[in-house]
Design a protein around this ligand. Sequence first.
Ligand code: BDR
Ligand code: CA
Length: 347
Amino acid sequence: MGRAGFGDWEHGTLPAFHAAPPVPRTAPVGTREHPLPLIIDSDPGLDDALAIGLAVARPELDLLAVTTVGGNADVQHCTDNALRLLHAYGRSDIPVGEGAPGPLTGEVVRATAIHGESGIGRTRLPPSPVAAYPDGAVALMAQILRESPVPVAIAPVGPLTNIALLLRVHPELASRIAHLSIMGGSIGEGNTTVSAEFNIYADPEAADIVFRSSVPITMMGLDVTHQALLDGNAARRLRKLGTGSGSIAAELVEFALDRERAWYDAPAAAIHDAVAVAHLAIPDLVSVAGYHVEVDITHGPARGRTVCEGHPRRLSRSGRRPNADVGIHLDRGRFEEVMVDAFARLP
Ligand code: BDR
Ligand code: CA
């Protein structure tokens, strides 16, 4: 194995990691002429709320539904947030289906310390005139997948419980999923434990089912989502849009920034979930590499870790093949423009 790309390593020492080679993206990308049909499965959530706004705004995406899962906050809060956000973004016609309140097995994990008890910080939104889809998230996803004339992409940006249930209850619909653009996991450290990122840690068994499913996957993990930053200046730009949606976005970012400053002394907040959505609308915002991703479902210190194998020799020795594109690099300067531009299109 050559050392190209590891220029600083002393002769004779081994690098601490081997980066997998970049690969062309396998995720589909929508266009204005042919918007990509999309379902967002989420736990709004500060960054989820921004990701939903992005999906509503981008003409390359046709957002068909938002389904919710217990994660950042209780699922009832997440459902209510999704309904109110879509109403505020001018799209209360997009159906919302409530999904799993907690993981397939094991303890419920929440992130209310970051996102607030309601999930969307101190933001208060008027109620939506519509109610959630009566039969729930899995039935809503199944109906859309069954009825769509073309395969539908899903951006799961919360714990993967609903997606695992969908694949188990309706295995015949797996081929109707064009792609799963997942926010979750990490090649490197986690953010909930040193090993695990929140969405995977909150339901490792579900994530294990999904990564073994053979459905085409892009994993936007912390390695790339920590490059998707908005700071105080971005919040000011969003507020200056002078619209309801712009104010909501500014308030969500400001709440996230308060936590970042207090906890990490950091000047910017990562808008993780928006990366999984943006990848489906913009062909060249994120570069990816091919990895075999396996989820640790043991109960030791690595529970919920996404073990990412990208070394070609080890892959061929074990007979494994990459099962996911993994996000590596994001065009940081462009990310802020993408988000401000999106909210400028909303009411
Ligand atoms: C992920 O965890 C949640 O708290 C965020 O909404 C995001 O989906 C980041 O680890
Ligand atoms: Ca989320």
